[in-house]
Design a protein around this ligand. Sequence first.
Ligand SMILES: [Zn+2]
Ligand SMILES: [Zn+2]
Length: 185
Amino acid sequence: MTAGGSTDGPLAWNVARLLADEPGAERLREVSGVTIDLGEDLRLAGPIEGRVRLVRTNRGILAAADLRTALDLACSRCLRDVVYSVEVRLQEEYLPSLDLATGRPLPTDDEPDVARLTDHHELDLETPVREAIQLSEPIAPLCRPDCPGLCVVCGLRLDGGAHDHPDDDIDPRLEALRGFRADDA
Ligand SMILES: [Zn+2]
Ligand SMILES: [Zn+2]
């Protein structure tokens, strides 16, 4: 997946040679089988796939990512596992942190918010990709749009069809099952 030198991260590329090219020059980088850590509350259901176009601009490198992956979520109504597809399309310009000719640090104080290449001329997309994936997480994922959820009396899933029981007649075995499912989810 990587080319043009060793890099630190699964979504990082060394762009030293592209920086030496004329503005408008570009490289395509395939992204395949990449996984990143999304923190404690969120998990990928599959690898990140796609490609990233790296374009030399007047000031630095523009990265245009076209990626897809999936999140491992739970239905907000019935707690069933949901694999949620995510597309990540982002563009971000990275400016050098070192002067290419002299190797000296460039002043960055006047533009503290722009993305920067590393001291080794690496462009690392992991953070913006992580943030884009985190932002794509739905507030209330559903296993299907009309998921009927759980029975409020016994906790069983309602999509097996209607079932009857008198109010307050909670079978202790079902109560135990409900606890088991909550742990399992
Ligand atoms: Zn559901
Ligand atoms: Zn019930």
